[in-house]
Write a protein that binds this ligand. Structure first.
Ligand SMILES: Nc1ncnc2c1ncn2[C@@H]1O[C@H](COP(=O)(O)OP(=O)(O)OP(=O)(O)O)[C@@H](O)[C@H]1O
Ligand SMILES: Nc1ccn([C@@H]2O[C@H](COP(=O)(O)O)[C@@H](O)[C@H]2O)c(=O)n1
Length: 240
């Protein structure tokens, strides 16, 4: 169901703070695996650009054949298509905290997302893993994906180095990259991830406390104003 607090163009209202974390890393670095755990522990909605594109193929959409061919070749689908799918999924989720996994994959993805949504990521979670390890993981993933074969895997690695790493470097220059050693076992990687996300929860809890205190002060001020009016009324009545 689409959240009615968003406008008809699909824009999020200006006063609602949307938190977006981009999750990047080479194919098979463990992005999806860690996102599942972040969702369980930190209340984010996980949106995998690759999963959304695969679902679009399955839905029988007019873009299906084009997307399928791009994925088999390890190429990057035009931004307009992927951003449409992401925006729709964000609006439908009703959440305000998103892990956007496998996006932005190139400079075109990055600039188009910023132009369309006006959203800047809180930070970029970057899983750093050597190619040999990623290759082994992908070859034994066994999820029946058309692109988990050695020919396509090599193409995906090339696209990652040539097109996706520059995006990571762009955000690194802005001081927004949180790099994690993804070569470690899954549980150890998640320990590093938890340390990165914990401050976000603390900030949210401080924010809640502040709103609570502001609420109490508001009620007290209203009570004081009411008391003053009551005294003024009694004085006025006595004066007769
Ligand atoms: N730290 C890890 N150590 C060993 N295996 C892992 C680790 N993290 C994930 N894996 C395994 O590696 C495979 C790829 O992981 P995952 O699907 O999470 O990667 P990904 O980065 O999302 O890949 P893609 O970009 O291709 O979607 C999976 O089979 C997963 O179980
Ligand atoms: N922003 C994106 C993300 C993905 N793709 C295509 O999907 C393939 C699989 O992506 P995963 O993240 O699930 O590995 C990828 O190789 C691209 O062909 C894309 O075009 N744009």
């Amino acid at each position: 169901m689409v959240d009615s607090s968003k406008d008809v163009n699909g824009n999020f209202p200006g006063d609602k703070k949307i938190i977006v974390v981009f999750v990047l890393g080479g194919p098979g670095s463990g992005k999806g695996t860690q996102c599942t755990r972040i969702v369980e522990n930190f209340g984010f909605t996980h949106l995998s650009a690759g999963d959304l594109l695969r679902a679009e193929i399955k839905s029988g959409s007019e873009n299906g054949t084009m997307i399928s061919n791009m994925i088999k070749e390890g190429k990057i689908v035009p931004s307009e298509v992927t951003i449409n799918l992401l925006q729709k999924a964000m609006l439908e989720s009703g959440n305000d905290k998103f892990l956007i996994d496998g996006f932005p994959r190139n400079e075109e993805n990055r600039a188009a997302f910023e132009n369309v949504t006006k959203i800047e990521p809180e930070f970029v979670l970057f899983f750093d893993c050597p190619e040999e390890e990623m290759e082994q993981r992908l070859l034994s993933r066994n999820q029946g994906r058309d692109d988990d074969n050695i020919q396509t895997i090599r193409k995906r690695f090339r696209v990652f180095v040539e097109s996706s790493l520059p995006v990571v470097e762009y955000y690194d220059m802005k001081g927004k990259v949180q790099k994690v050693d993804a070569l470690k076992p899954i549980d150890e990687v998640f320990e590093s991830v938890k340390a990165i996300f914990a401050p976000l929860n603390r900030a949210a809890s401080d924010d809640n406390k502040l709103h609570y205190i502001q609420g109490i002060l508001f009620v007290r001020a209203a009570e004081a104003r009411f008391e003053c009016s009551r005294i003024s009324l009694i004085r006025w009545m006595i004066s007769f």
